[in-house]
Design a protein around this ligand. Sequence first.
Ligand code: CA
Length: 225
Amino acid sequence: MGNRILIVEDEAKIARFVELELVHEGYEAEKTEDGRQGLEMALSGRFDLVILDIMLPGLNGVEVLRRLRKESEIPVIMLTARDAVMDKVSGLDAGADDYITKPFAIEELLARIRVALKRKGGNRDSGHMLEIGPVKLDTDRYEVTVKGESIELSNREFELLKLLMTNKNIVMKRDFLINEVCGYDYVGETNIIDVYVRYLRTKIDDKYGIKLIQTVRGVGYVIKD
Ligand code: CA
């Protein structure tokens, strides 16, 4: 399956052009013209790379990236206006992997995408099997083992554990975890994540005498390496 690329760009002609080229190259592409929505989509975990324009309605590209980087290491290529040196600097400061100046040749963008995906791929091959201490999680086969023993998790428990393991050493906020595990349209108990953490602790920590998921009071949860 092709890599999935998100295009966040409010200039419809550019967005459409890039989308067509990406699809032509065998990628799957989706686009949005709004910064805020772009951030939400980029955080959804459905994409492998983001092409992010700087001047956007809703939330500008640098701010989108700054917020994105709190939760995710997804590769981001920024689009900047010609000679906007400040844009480049603030984009790279905010954690962009690369930037490209408009107007750009599509071949150049495609080349940068390949480089960014390859760089990411280096970390990713082992990403199908996440491992922290005695806990192993196979993201392809939906299997979790602790000390070599397979354990049964519900879908939401699995997704929660996967998120925390993928983002090890990063404190994950409750709101973010609710959105990711239960969906953005979730309406219900706000302590739902605490409930799933409790289930996970019963199945893993208590049973195997380890301390996997740590509570950060008032904020959320973290799994430390
Ligand atoms: Ca723009």
